[in-house]
Design a protein around this ligand. Sequence first.
Ligand code: IMP
Length: 434
Amino acid sequence: MPTLVIVGAQWGDEGKGRIVDLLSERAHMVVRCQGGANAGHTVVVGDQQFILHLVPAGVIHPHTVCVIGNGVALDIPALFSELDMLAERGVGIEGRLFVSDRAHVTLPYHRLLDSPRAPQEGGRRLVTTNRGIRPTYVDKVARLGIRVCDLLDEERLREQLRTNLREKTPGLHFLPAEELPTEEALFAECREWAARLAPYVANTVTLVNRAINAGQNVLFEGAQGTALDVDFGTYPFVTSSNTTAAGACTGSGVGPSKIDRVIGLAKAYCTRVGDERPFPSLMEDEMDERIRRQGGEFGATTGRPRRCGWFDAVLLRHTAAVNGMDSMVVSKLDVLDGLETVKICVGYRVGDRVLDEFPADLRSLDSAEPVYEELEGWSERSTGARSYLTLPAKARKYLDRLALLSGVPICIVSVGPRREDAVIIDTGLPQYQF
Ligand code: IMP
């Protein structure tokens, strides 16, 4: 049962789409397990770029079966526009896309409650992608959610919408009366969704477990990153799902004993969307600007600029532990080409102590002064490299330090945006070896 979980090891945007695309060449099935349309997974094939939000990035390979698991917050209009985009660009999904009947649906009122128009709760604004993620998961945990199976059941749907609207409407008081969602309009919209969605709906728990039991290669595609995990990230500046390897299990209905390997993805540096905190290894302005430009660090979902920081080994040790990471992919090494020196954050100075563990409390994280190890940079380009030994010698030294300081071996290094721009060292699974 060669099952592989891919998770982000930083604050998301580590290049998961590209690596999932690469590894899914060998996968029979690719499963999304959490998050929703807040994710933006970019895949470049030849001169074509695909940005996927909900459909697993493995879809680009025509042989893969794609599953949207129960843990995903399903934004149905976003899914439909993605399906339209794929159809327009010649990527057929008929017969190979399955949506969990247990997935929770993001409804228009979730998006409204998550929009910048909604008043700040207690004066505190949590920056989000405005995709309705938090309200969808709030309803899931509050047991008010509408699941895909409910959409298909007219009677139940009507009853749930009625109750939910009664509960939600006071919270939507910032809207003029004519913009408030009505039961009739919502019901009609949901029924329209149901009609188009129905052919894709399945008991994906059975589907995925059957594939695993049949010995197929199943790849679980994480979204966001571990530092955004609701339990282990920089709470409360996180997303609302478990972005860790455990989330692959709860978000798909697969037991932990069925997972063979966990691969974490880390950029050769760090990024974080917008001006969100905390971000201990944030670079100085000039370097931040340079790496953002060189790395094209702008959100795939929101277009917002990402701030850049040095590789944070304190964070990596934490994310390696909470994911049980077997190995890591280091992406975008080429973005660091040509720098005179490169830094690795090896500790956080908080007051008169140096922490080598990732702290839980925001006050420590916010005041953490990074302790850096500085290495020589490399002037050669890494992009053409196809084996570890053909990478610039100083880049290899940098990678060796990253692995040692993080305590995780490196399995793949990506050195450019195209499928072929990757150095594959050892994925740890013969079924995913190239
Ligand atoms: P939400 O997931 O829309 O609630 O946003 C919560 C936080 O997670 C915000 O800081 C977002 O910028 C961040 N976030 C959510 N999804 C992604 C992602 O795919 N990449 C990077 N940041 C993300």
